[in-house]
Design a protein around this ligand. Structure first.
Ligand code: GLY
Length: 560
């Protein structure tokens, strides 16, 4: 079965939560962490209690997730961190993986030009140069207050002494048993001497603890040079992977201006290229701002029609215009222009426009592309951090670096390996996102902070590949427009459309019977029922922090 859909099938097994019941979010006055692992959230809170700021806590959570949430938490992948400081300024840190220097445009095509997804989606051949360790250390050194050894210590302890597997995590690891047993290095970590794990087992990762200790002692050199680099490069040489010593040594974090737009009196701060997620979010909000929303219309056919038509135009533009802006002139100003949004708005009518009749807009002045995890952090000083990190599919390339205890990413599949050929998320791309040495592959990750009067009011993000921006957007609308409390905003069922394929995917109870009939009458195509994102959010209201973990996952909000 296709990797992505197998992942989805696994998630669907656990989709029996009740959308209509919305428990209260977790409250806190001094700090709040919401992540996909309650153990990792608790690690972050301990750092805040010791006097660390939100950046210290975010870095500690990042390393802890690499131990306690191996499906997506990582040191072998990459990600993006958006920060809003209590002085009103914002920044973003790009630690996305990069294509190795020996990569090339046709590396995933056979001699007849056919796409070979098994090379871009699994094993060492699918890995980009990891950025997480460099990114977390960069953030800590520039904006944190505590030493690396202190923020990484809890992760080392969790890896060395282990932690008890709960039912969901044991099931998650076991769901990929047949992948892990193909690789002796993965079988060593992700099976119990060749058998499946059980709830209640202690999960110990000694090799990972050793790697984390090297990082603690030597900083980024503990990962990008020496013993760990030797292990990565040897494994690449033995398996057709491309990452070299030079790739590792030359990996660079880039601090970028976040992209910002306004929406109904709020400011939305999010990640720009090489993520396309933030661009889709802001483009969609710019367009949706032109509609009047009636509070009673939530998830009616008229509401879903507005969302879907909006998404079609945004994803069509993504396919042509978005890629790594260090390599390709992304027309950001044009895409985020409010007049452009109004022009598109004017084209949206009462009936669905088929995706085949929507093309990416041409901007003439330019000559010329499930498993991820998000966490949100706020401290008592008012600093807000929104981080999405990934090794791409669940458990990444499925292959552990032997002796170093961490999974490699399969992020190369986020490039457009062949124009028009869908990747594992069904996304197509073109020139802008073609493979080039040293380039970052286009992402959908959308770590976001919503501001009112320059203060954070909502911090959120999600995993889910192409469904990330639409999941984030719906939670933003639920909270800001429909006035839901944050847990309800996160829990409520969602829909998704990404231009191609031309269909509305939906969650259980997202499209009720007569809504479906009405959408069909408007010429919409109803697609698959599936889980759409797992949003981890914090809302800030009157100085109180409200943490909402998504019941689609098994994470935790911890506050104090
Ligand atoms: N690997 C998923 C993403 O970056 O969008």
């Amino acid at each position: 079965m296709h990797i992505f859909f197998r992942g989805v099938f696994f998630v669907l097994l656990f989709s029996s939560f009740v959308f209509t019941q919305h428990p209260d979010p977790v409250r806190g006055k001094n700090g709040m962490i919401v992540s996909a692992s309650k153990i990792a959230s608790e690690v972050g809170i301990q750092i805040l209690k010791k006097g660390g700021n939100a950046i210290d806590a975010a870095v500690a959570v990042g390393f802890a997730l690499a131990v306690t949430y191996p499906a997506a938490g990582n040191i072998g992948g990459g990600g993006f961190m958006v920060i809003h400081f209590n002085n009103g300024k914002s920044t973003s840190i790009d630690f996305r993986e990069k294509a190795p220097m020996y990569s090339h445009e046709k590396m995933y095509l056979d001699s007849n030009g056919n796409f070979l997804p098994h090379l871009s989606q699994e094993g060492e051949t699918s890995s980009g140069v990891p950025g997480s360790v460099a990114g977390l250390i960069y953030a800590l050194e520039k904006y944190g207050t505590l030493p690396l050894r202190e923020v990484i210590k809890p992760a080392i302890k969790l890896a060395e002494k282990g932690f008890i597997l709960d039912y969901r995590l044991a099931q998650s690891i076991n769901a990929f048993y047949s992948d892990f047993i193909k690789y002796p290095s993965s079988m060593k970590i992700f099976t119990k001497n060749g058998s499946k794990f059980e709830e209640g087992d202690r999960f110990i990762q000694k090799d990972l603890a050793k790697t984390l200790k090297l990082i603690s002692k030597k900083g980024r050199d503990g990962f990008y040079k020496g013993e760990v680099a030797d292990k990565i490069v040897n494994q690449m040489r033995n398996s057709g992977g491309l990452i070299t010593y030079e790739d590792l040594e030359n990996y660079k974090v880039v601090e970028r201006e976040p992209i910002i737009s306004t929406f109904k009196g709020y400011k939305v701060v999010t990640m720009g290229p090489p993520s396309g997620g933030g661009v889709i979010l802001l483009q969609s909000l710019n367009l949706l701002e032109n509609f009047e929303f009636n509070k009673d219309e939530w998830n009616s056919s008229s509401y879903i029609h507005k969302l879907v038509e909006t998404f079609k135009y945004a994803y069509a533009d993504r396919s042509k215009h978005l890629g790594d802006s260090d390599f390709y002139p992304v027309p950001l100003i044009e895409l985020l222009n409010k007049d452009y949004a109004q022009r598109i708005f004017a084209q949206i009518g009462e009936y669905a426009t088929p995706s085949s009749q929507i093309s990416p807009t041409e901007f003439p002045k330019y000559d010329e592309s499930q498993e991820t995890t998000h966490y949100s952090v706020i401290d008592k000083f008012g600093n807000a951090v929104s981080v999405t990190t990934t090794i791409n599919s669940a458990y990444g390339a499925k292959v552990v670096v032997d002796g170093a205890g961490f999974l490699l990413n399969n992020e190369m599949d986020d490039f457009s390996a062949k124009p028009g050929e869908p990747n594992q998320f069904g996304l197509t791309g073109s020139e802008a996102n073609k493979i080039e040495p040293g380039k970052r592959m286009l992402s959908s990750m959308t770590p976001t902070i919503v501001l009112k009067d320059d203060k954070a009011v909502l911090i959120l993000g999600s995993p889910g590949g192409s469904t990330i921006p639409t999941a984030v957007l719906q939670v933003v609308l639920n909270y800001l427009v429909f006035g839901m409390q944050v847990q309800a905003a996160v829990n409520s069922p969602r829909i998704h459309h990404q231009w191609l394929p031309d269909r509305i995917d939906f969650e259980d109870q997202a499209i009720l019977y007569d809504v479906k009939e009405n959408l069909i009458k408007k010429n919409h195509v109803i697609g698959e029922k599936r889980i759409l994102g797992r949003v981890e959010a914090i809302a800030i209201e009157n100085g109180i922090f409200y943490g909402a973990t998504d019941p689609r996952g098994y994470g935790g909000a911890v506050g104090y």
